[in-house]
Design a protein around this ligand. Structure first.
Ligand code: DC
Length: 219
């Protein structure tokens, strides 16, 4: 496809699951930008770095590659590791560092340069790809988002309570929305989809309908 799709929204709104399926159906490349911030976070934990300057140095030297559903840091597959709870709890703080965002912005724009990507994140429609032809903002109420995350973590064998997840989500939302540099926000020209009462395929269909209308073809 000769266009890009931006999918933004808070944690647990269903972005990545939906974005993966949309990319698959349209034969486009899926890029999970949250995983990139998670990769830097994982690296900082592995190297025991907490100082912002040290973390920026790590980020400047790291090689991050995304291939299909996998993310590689310096050639190592970290797809599973970036989703652990320690990374999840620390990532929002790392994603606030302006220098890190500048580095990621460059990388993400490079990945989208030849078009044909479905990119999910927080600032894709507003800051990374303001010219993306299709922009969606997925959201859902906090209780529903916490329940989805809880289910996912339990399935992956992590021990957490629903109350804790809900607290973490509220905290992360606040950090993502209030940060000074490219915060989570709805792009003016984005279609807002509330996924609280919808299943994954309903959301996918809604997105495909928009694109179908825009492109004037039957998908
Ligand atoms: O979507 P996720 O939960 O994997 O995102 C992890 C964190 O990274 C989350 O706190 C928000 C941040 N993030 C961001 O600031 N900008 C993006 N484009 C993607 C994610």
């Amino acid at each position: 496809m000769n266009f890009n799709i931006a999918i933004d929204g808070p944690a647990g709104a269903g972005k990545s699951t939906v974005a993966k399926i949309v990319a698959d159906k349209l034969n486009m490349t899926y890029i999970d930008t949250g995983a990139m911030y998670r990769a830097i976070t994982l690296l900082s934990i592995q190297h025991g770095k907490n100082d912002v300057g040290d973390i920026i140095n790590l980020a400047q030297e790291v090689e991050i590659k995304i291939h299909e559903k996998y993310i590689y840091v310096n050639g190592e597959d970290v797809t599973e590791d970036v989703r652990n709870l320690e990374v999840t709890n620390k990532v929002s703080a790392i994603a606030q560092i302006p220098e890190i965002r500048v580095l990621m912005t460059k990388l993400q724009r490079e990945m989208a340069r030849n078009k044909g990507v479905v990119m999910d994140g927080r600032d894709i429609g507003t800051a990374i790809l303001p010219d993306a032809k299709y922009k969606f903002y997925l959201t859902a109420n906090v209780k529903e988002r916490a329940a989805r995350r809880h289910k996912e973590l339990i399935k992956n064998g992590q021990k957490v309570t629903l109350e804790q997840i809900e607290k973490d989500i509220i905290q992360r939302d606040r950090q993502d929305k209030l940060r000074a540099f490219s915060p989570l926000a709805v792009a003016e020209d984005a279609a807002i989809i509330d996924t609280t009462e919808k299943n994954i395929m309903q959301v996918v269909q809604e997105i495909l309908c928009y694109i179908k209308r825009g492109e004037g073809f039957v998908l």
